[in-house]
Ligand binder design. Structure first.
Ligand code: ZN
Length: 286
C-alpha cells in the first residue's frame, strides 16, 4: 500500500443547533515519526500513539494557544508515556522505563495532564485510569473531572506488521450553556464509534469523512482546520540549560575533566556536544 497524500490535522465543527462542538483529528504521520524516533512497537507504541492523539484533542479544545503535556504512568510509576504538544501543532512523545526490558501496564495507573494557563502558570490534573478502561476512557474521566463539560472522546492507533496503519480520533463536547437533553441522543449515536480503529483504518483517518460519519444526518458547520506534525523542541541551548539543574560541584567536575560531553535528546535522539567553555558559561550564569 502506498503512503497516503493526506496530512495530519485537527478539524473543528459545530452542530447547527448550537449544542455540540466536535473535533476530529488525524495523527497517523505524527505517530509514525514519533515511534520511529522512539524505536518502540507493539502495545506500548499503540498506547503512546493514543496518548498523543488525546493530548492534541485536549490542547485544541482546552488551550489551543498554549502547551499541553500528558503523562500516563503504570501503577508502580516505572513506565511513563509522555506527550508534549505545542500550539503550532508540533507534538512529540516519549516512552520511559525504569527497566528497559519491562513495560508496565496502564491498568491501575494514572493520567496526568499539565497545561500552561493564560497567566503562564502551570495547571496539573491527575486522574486514575478507570477500571477496564484505556487511554480514551482516562481522557474522558479527566475532562469530566477538570472541565466539568460532558465530553465523549475516542482515540485509536492501529499498527500493521511494520507500519502505522492509522491514528486519530474525535472529541464531542456538549456546550456548557446547553441543557443536557441532546446528550443522550449523541451518546447513543457515538456508541458505534467507541473503538474507532477499524473506521480510521478504512478512511486513512481523514478528518473530514470522520466528521461526516459522526454527525451523519445532523446539520453542522465546519469551522477551522489546524495542522498537526511531529516536531521536537530541543536545541543546543535548551540542552545546556537543562544541565543548570545539576549541582555546581558536578558541573565543576565536568569542566575540570576538560572534555566535551555528549547529551542526547530523549524525544528525538539528537546528540548535542557541550564544550567545557559552554559549561563554564553555565556556572557564571547561576
Ligand atoms: Zn529533540
Amino acid at each position: 500500500m502506498s503512503e497516503s497524500n493526506l496530512s495530519d490535522n485537527v478539524l473543528r465543527a459545530m452542530t447547527d443547533d448550537g449544542a455540540f462542538r466536535v473535533l476530529t483529528v488525524r495523527t497517523t504521520d505524527t505517530v509514525r515519526r514519533m515511534l520511529r524516533a522512539q524505536s518502540v512497537w507493539g502495545a506500548p507504541a499503540e498506547r503512546l500513539g493514543e496518548l498523543l492523539t488525546g493530548a492534541v484533542l485536549l490542547r485544541e479544545t482546552m488551550a489551543p494557544t498554549h502547551r499541553l503535556q500528558s503523562i500516563l504512568r503504570s501503577p508502580d510509576g516505572k513506565t511513563r508515556w509522555v506527550i508534549d504538544s505545542h500550539p503550532d501543532g508540533g507534538t512529540r512523545g516519549l516512552l520511559t522505563r525504569a527497566d528497559p526490558e519491562t513495560v508496565g501496564p496502564i491498568a491501575g495507573g494514572t493520567l496526568e495532564v499539565v497545561r500552561t494557563l493564560y497567566n503562564g502558570e502551570l495547571h496539573r490534573g491527575v486522574v486514575a485510569v478507570p477500571d477496564g478502561g484505556g487511554v480514551s476512557e482516562s481522557f474522558m474521566v479527566y475532562l469530566q473531572t477538570s472541565e466539568q463539560v460532558a465530553s465523549m472522546l475516542a482515540v485509536a492507533c492501529v499498527l500493521g506488521e511494520d507500519r502505522v496503519v492509522a491514528a486519530g480520533g474525535y472529541l464531542v463536547q456538549l456546550l456548557p450553556e446547553v441543557g443536557r437533553g441532546p446528550l443522550a441522543i449523541m451518546a447513543e449515536r457515538l456508541r458505534d464509534f467507541q473503538a474507532p480503529g477499524q473506521l480510521l483504518s478504512d478512511t486513512d483517518a481523514a478528518t473530514s469523512p470522520l466528521l461526516d460519519e459522526l454527525l451523519y444526518g445532523m446539520p453542522f458547520t465546519r469551522l477551522e482546520e489546524r495542522p498537526v506534525e511531529w516536531k521536537c523542541q530541543c536545541s543546543a541551548l535548551r540542552v545546556i540549560s537543562s544541565l543548570s539543574t545539576l549541582p555546581k560541584a558536578d558541573i565543576s567536575a565536568l569542566i575540570e575533566a576538560g572534555r566535551p560531553i555528549e547529551l542526547c535528546c530523549d524525544f528525538c535522539a539528537e546528540t548535542y556536544t557541550v564544550s567545557p567553555s559552554q559549561l563554564s558559561g553555565l556556572l557564571e550564569q547561576s
